[in-house]
Write a protein that binds this ligand. Structure first.
Ligand SMILES: Cc1cc2nc3c(=O)[nH]c(=O)nc-3n(C[C@H](O)[C@H](O)[C@H](O)COP(=O)(O)OP(=O)(O)OC[C@H]3O[C@@H](n4cnc5c(N)ncnc54)[C@H](O)[C@@H]3O)c2cc1C
Length: 411
C-alpha cells in the first residue's frame, strides 16, 4: 500500500501536462461554440480518442493501474479546467464503464467496457441509466422493470430513464432495473443493452443551464430484449442477493447491514472523480479572476491592490485547495483502505459547493464583464451548478455523511 502523499510521481506529472496541453489547445478554444450550439462535441472527442485520452486503456491505467488513486482526479481536473461540458462529453462514458467494473464479472468487463469506448478511428459512447422521471435521489423506487423470459433465456426491459448523459446516442447503455420491486433497491440489477438493440430509443433531449456540450436525454425502453448473459454479475449472484434480501425483510434489523445496491455502489466509487471535475472549473475561475484583477484598474491601481478583491481571491484559492485535498484523500482511500465517514461523499459535497461559490465570486471580480458571454466566467458559473446536483445532490451527500458518522437511519 503506498503512503498517502501529495507529491505526484513522474508518470502523474506527465499525464497532468499531457491532459493540460489538450485542454488548453483543443478543449478550451472549442468551449464557447459548443456551449452556444448545445451540441455534442464529436470533433473534440475524436481528437481525444486519436491521442488515447478517450479510451478504455487510459481509463484502465488511470484507475486499476494506479495504486495511489491520484492519477484520475489529476487528469480530470485538467480536462474540466478546459471546459466542463466537453470534459463530461469525454468522461461520461466512464460512468458506464465504472458500473460494468463494479457490478459485472471480469469477463463482462473485458467484453463490454472496450465497446463503450470504440476505437481511436471510430469512438463510441457509453451511458449509465439509473434516474427516472419519478426517481432521482430515491433510487430505491425505480419503476423500470426487468422480467426474465426463461424459454428464450432473455431479459425483457420496460420503462423510461431520465437525465441520462449520452442517453440514446450511446452504443452501450447500462440500465438499472427492478427485478423484484418488493425488495426495493436490493431487488434491482444492472443490464447491458448492446448496440442497436430494438426497443431502446431516445426520448426528449434536455436544454440545460450549463454543461451544454454534454448530451443529456431520456431513454425509453419498450420491450427491450437482451440475452441472459447481459445481466451484470450473472444470475447466481442476483438470486443469492435477492434471497438474502428476502431473509432480511423478515428481519428488518439485519436489513441495514446488507450492501449490494448496484447504482449506489457505482456512485460511491465515482464521487471523488466528480469532485475533481468541480475543482477543474473552480481553479479555472480563480486563475482567470486573478489575472483579470492584476490588469483591470480602478481608482488608479489594479483592483487586486484593493483588499476587498485581494481577500476574495485569497479565500477562493484556499477553498479550491481545501476541496482538492479532500478529493485526493478520498481517491487514495478508495484505492487503499475503506471509507469511514463517507469521505467520497465529503469530497464531492465540498468540491461542488466550492465550484459554485468560487465561480460566483469570479463574476463579482470581473464586474459587468463577468456577466456577459464575451468572458468565460458566466459559463463556468452556469456549469458549476451541476456538481451540486448529479451523482447525488448536496442533500444526499449530507445524508450519506451523517449516516456514516452517526450509524443511525436519517431520512
Ligand atoms: C445534466 C445531468 C446529467 C445527469 N446524468 C445522469 C446519468 O448519466 N445517469 C443517471 O442515472 N442520472 C443522471 N442524472 C440525474 C441526477 O443524478 C439526478 O437529477 C439527481 O440524482 C437528483 O434527482 P432528481 O433530479 O430527481 O431530484 P429529486 O430527487 O427530486 O430531489 C429534489 C430536491 O430534493 C432534495 N431531496 C431529495 N431527497 C431528499 C432527502 N431524503 N433529504 C433531503 N433532501 C432531499 C434533493 O437534494 C433536491 O434538492 C443527471 C442529471 C443532470 C441534471
Amino acid at each position: 500500500m503506498p503512503d498517502f502523499s501529495l507529491r505526484l510521481n513522474e508518470d502523474q506529472l506527465q499525464i497532468q501536462k499531457w491532459v493540460h496541453d489538450f485542454a488548453e489547445g483543443v478543449i478550451r478554444p472549442a468551449a464557447p461554440e459548443y456551449d452556444e450550439r448545445e451540441e455534442f462535441p464529436w470533433p473534440v472527442v475524436r481528437e481525444a480518442a486519436k491521442i488515447g485520452l478517450y479510451s478504455f486503456d487510459f481509463m484502465a491505467s488511470a484507475t486499476v493501474g494506479d495504486p495511489t488513486g491520484l492519477t484520475l482526479p489529476v487528469a480530470i481536473e485538467e480536462m474540466f479546467w478546459g471546459d466542463a461540458g466537453i470534459g463530461l462529453a469525454i468522461m461520461g462514458t466512464g460512468l458506464a464503464a465504472a458500473a460494468i467494473a463494479g457490478n459485472g464479472t471480469p469477463e463482462q468487463l473485458m467484453e463490454w467496457a472496450p465497446q463503450c469506448y470504440g476505437t481511436p478511428d471510430d469512438p463510441k459512447l457509453g451511458a449509465f441509466c439509473v434516474s427516472e422521471p419519478d426517481a432521482g435521489s430515491d433510487v430505491s423506487s425505480l419503476r423500470t422493470r426487468a422480467v426474465y423470459d426463461q424459454a428464450a433465456d432473455e431479459w425483457v426491459l420496460n420503462g423510461t430513464k431520465a437525465w441520462i448523459t449520452n442517453g440514446g446516442i450511446a452504443d452501450v447503455h447500462v440500465v438499472v432495473a427492478s427485478v423484484d420491486p418488493e425488495l426495493k433497491s436490493r431487488g434491482q440489477a444492472s443490464f447491458i443493452i448492446p448496440p442497436h438493440t430494438a426497443g431502446l430509443s431516445q426520448g426528449q433531449k434536455y436544454s440545460k443551464l450549463g454543461i451544454r456540450a454534454s448530451h443529456t436525454a431520456e431513454v425509453v425502453l419498450d420491450d427491450v430484449r437482451v440475452p441472459g448473459s447481459c445481466l451484470l454479475g450473472g444470475r447466481d449472484r442476483l438470486d443469492d442477493r435477492m434471497a438474502r434480501a428476502r431473509e432480511a425483510l423478515e428481519n428488518p434489523a439485519r436489513a441495514a447491514e446488507r450492501g449490494g445496491q448496484p447504482a449506489m455502489s457505482t456512485f460511491e466509487a465515482t464521487r471523488p472523480s466528480v469532485g475533481a471535475q468541480a475543482i477543474g472549473v473552480a481553479r479555472a475561475a480563480v486563475e482567470y479572476a486573478l489575472e483579470y484583477a492584476t490588469e483591470r484598474k480602478a481608482f488608479g491601481k489594479p483592483i487586486v491592490q484593493h483588499q476587498g478583491i485581494a481577500f476574495m481571491l485569497a479565500d477562493m484559492a484556499t477553498e479550491v485547495d481545501a476541496a482538492r485535498l479532500l478529493v485526493w484523500r478520498a481517491a487514495w482511500i478508495a484505492n487503499n483502505a475503506s471509507y469511514r465517514w463517507a469521505e467520497g461523499s465529503m469530497s464531492k459535497l465540498k468540491a461542488g459547493r466550492t465550484a459554485v461559490w468560487v465561480t460566483e465570486r469570479a463574476i463579482q471580480i470581473l464586474g459587468g464583464y463577468g456577466y456577459v458571454k464575451e468572458y468565460p466566467v458566466e459559463r463556468w458559473h452556469r456549469d458549476a451548478k451541476i456538481f451540486d446536483i448529479f451523482e447525488g445532490t448536496e442533500q444526499i451527500q449530507q445524508l450519506v455523511i451523517a449516516r456514516a458518522m452517526s450509524g443511525m437511519r436519517i431520512e
